[in-house]
Design a protein around this ligand. Structure first.
Ligand code: SAM
Length: 314
C-alpha cells in the first residue's frame, strides 16, 4: 500500500500521530508535556477530534511501548544500568519520548532519532524554539535547522532515509552509537510505508549490527490467517505471525508478536485499563475489539549479554 505513497504523504502521516497523541493528552489518557509544541508544525490540517475508541487504541499503543522500553531500561544488574543503554528510533516523527524519559529521570546513555530531512528540520526548529525542550538537552547542545540535526550529550536527531543501509551505518557512527551496548530499536508505524525488500534489509541490518538488542515494531496487520495467503497478499498487510517470522527470518534469535486486543487485555495492567475506561463514554466494544485486532506489536531479541531473560509480554 504504502510503497506507492509519495514521500510527502508518508511524512504527513506524522501529523496524524501528533493529532492522536495531543487529543489523548488533552483528554487525560496520558501525560506528555511536549507534544503540543508540535501542533503548529503539522503539515496538513489533521483534526484534533477523536472518538473514544481511537483514544483507547492510541493509549494502548503508547502504553505497550513505554512498558517494554522500561523493561529494557531496567534490564541487567544495578539500578544505574540505563546509563549504558541506547535507543534508536527509526522514522521517529515528532515523538517526544526522549524528553519524557528525561523528565522521569530515566535518561538512557543515548537516544537517537532518524527521519526524513523535511521532518527532522521541523523537529529541530521546534526544539530550538521552546526552552522547555532545548534546556533538557544541556548546554553543549548544537541544533541545525537547515541540516535537520540536533546533537547533545544524550539525544541526537539526524536526517536519513532508513531504506539507505550505508546511510544507516554512517548515521549511527556519526551519532556515536556503540553497537556493543544494549540497544532498543523502535519502528512505530514506519515499516508499513516501506517495500518488502527494504523492510528485510533494515531488519537484517539491525540484527547484524546489534548483538544485545530489542527491536520493537508496532503496526497494522491483517487480523488472522483465515483468508489464506492469497488474501493477505492482496491486502499487503500480513498477520501478526508474519511479524514474528520477519524477525526470525532475518537473524533475530527470539521473537514474539501479539495483536493489540491481547495486549490490551493481558499486558496492560488492570488499574490502568479501569482508569482510562472511565475517561469517556465507551460502549462500542465490538467495534473496538475488531479495530484492536488490526494492529500488533512484535519484537525481536538478540541477547549476547544475557540481559533479556525477563523481557517481554509477561
Ligand atoms: N514513529 C512516530 C510515531 O509513532 O509517532 C512517527 C510515525 S509516522 C506514522 C511515520 C514516520 O515515518 C514519518 O515521520 C515518516 O516521515 C517516517 N518515515 C517513513 N518512511 C521513512 C523512510 N524511508 N526514512 C525515514 N523516515 C521515514
Amino acid at each position: 500500500v504504502a510503497a506507492r505513497s509519495s514521500p510527502a504523504a508518508v511524512q504527513a502521516t506524522n501529523d496524524d500521530a501528533v493529532a492522536s497523541k495531543l487529543s489523548c493528552v488533552n483528554k487525560g489518557y496520558m501525560k506528555d508535556d511536549y507534544v503540543h509544541f508540535f501542533k503548529l508544525k503539522m503539515i496538513g490540517n489533521s483534526n484534533l477530534f477523536s472518538f473514544p475508541n481511537d483514544s483507547e487504541g492510541y493509549y494502548a499503543r503508547w502504553s505497550v511501548l513505554r512498558k517494554l522500553m522500561r523493561q529494557f531500561l531496567n534490564s541487567g544488574n544495578g539500578s544505574n544500568d540505563q546509563k549504558r543503554k541506547q535507543i534508536l528510533s527509526l522514522g521517529a516523527g515528532f515523538d517526544t519520548t526522549f524528553f519524557q524519559l528525561q523528565g522521569e529521570g530515566i535518561t538512557p546513555y543515548l537516544y537517537v532519532e532518524l527521519d526524513f530531512k523535511e521532518v527532522t528540520s521541523k523537529k529541530a526548529a521546534i526544539i530550538n524554539h521552546y526552552s522547555e525542550m532545548k534546556e533538557k538537552l544541556g548546554p553543549e547542545a548544537s541544533i541545525s535547522i537547515e541540516k535537520g540535526e540536533v546533537t547533545s550529550e544524550h539525544y541526537k536527531l539526524f536526517s536519513a532515509d532508513i531504506r539507505d543501509i550505508p546511510k544507516l551505518d554512517s548515521v549511527i557512527h556519526m551519532a556515536e552509537m556503540n553497537p556493543s551496548l544494549p540497544t532498543f530499536i523502535i519502528a512505530e508505524c514506519v515499516l508499513i510505508y516501506l517495500d518488502p525488500t527494504s523492510i528485510s534489509a533494515i531488519v537484517s541490518w539491525a540484527s547484524d549490527k546489534f548483538s544485545t538488542a530489542i527491536s520493537f515494531l508496532y503496526e497494522q496487520i491483517h487480523p488472522d490467517d483465515a483468508f489464506g495467503e492469497q488474501m493477505i497478499i492482496i491486502l499487503e498487510v500480513p498477520s501478526f505471525i508474519h511479524k514474528e517470522k520477519l524477525f526470525l527470518d532475518h537473524g533475530w534469535k527470539r521473537a514474539a508478536a501479539w495483536d493489540m486486543l491481547k495486549i490490551y487485555n493481558d499486558f496492560i495492567n488492570s488499574e490502568e485499563r479501569h482508569r482510562i475506561e472511565r475517561l469517556e463514554l465507551f460502549d462500542e466494544f465490538e467495534e473496538w475489539h475488531m479495530m484492536q485486532e488490526h494492529y500488533c506489536v512484535a519484537y525481536g531479541i538478540n541477547d549476547a549479554e544475557g540481559l533479556f531473560d525477563d523481557f517481554g509480554f509477561k
